[in-house]
Design a protein around this ligand. Structure first.
Ligand code: SF4
Length: 144
């Protein structure tokens, strides 16, 4: 991963609670749901997995994702707070360390300008960042 060495000294990131990453923007639309995500979120809402899936998910191109809320906002976002934070999907847990944004250009042009948490708080080591990237990749490749 030669081109990714720009983050080898780590990146500061701490969620500032803006809720911006919970609203569809540019090419980043759906909140995709792995099977584990659906099981975990269903438990958090005290539903069976199939009840949760029927009520809150839709399938597009073979992949489950949350049904969009109003104005592109996630339906679990209320007053800039995730109402299901402990059970939130992998995609939300691994933000902003998604494989597709970890090249310097995309990071600086898209992520750093968009997310107020970038550059603040905890210094994520390269190892920690790689773990998040790997978790996100695994979720993208997991069974729907
Ligand atoms: S599940 Fe929670 S963290 Fe994920 S997009 Fe929805 S409100 Fe945001």
């Amino acid at each position: 991963m030669e081109k990714d060495l720009w983050w080898k000294k780590g990146i500061r990131f701490e969620c500032q609670g803006s809720g911006k990453c919970c609203v569809s923007h540019d090419g980043y639309g759906f909140v995709y749901m792995t099977k584990e995500d659906r099981i975990r979120m269903a438990k958090a809402l005290q539903l069976t997995t199939s009840e949760f899936t029927r009520q809150y998910c839709k399938k597009t191109d073979g992949y489950f994702h949350l049904i969009d809320g109003e104005n592109g906002e996630c339906m679990f976002l209320k007053q800039k707070r995730c109402q299901i934070y402990e059970g939130r999907p992998t995609q939300c847990r691994t933000w902003p360390f998604w494989p597709e944004v970890m090249d310097a250009k995309t990071w600086n042009q898209d992520v750093a300008k968009f997310c107020p948490g970038v550059g603040k708080g905890h210094l994520w080591t390269a190892q920690e960042i790689q773990q998040e990237i790997d978790a996100q990749l695994a979720s993208e490749n997991s069974e729907p």
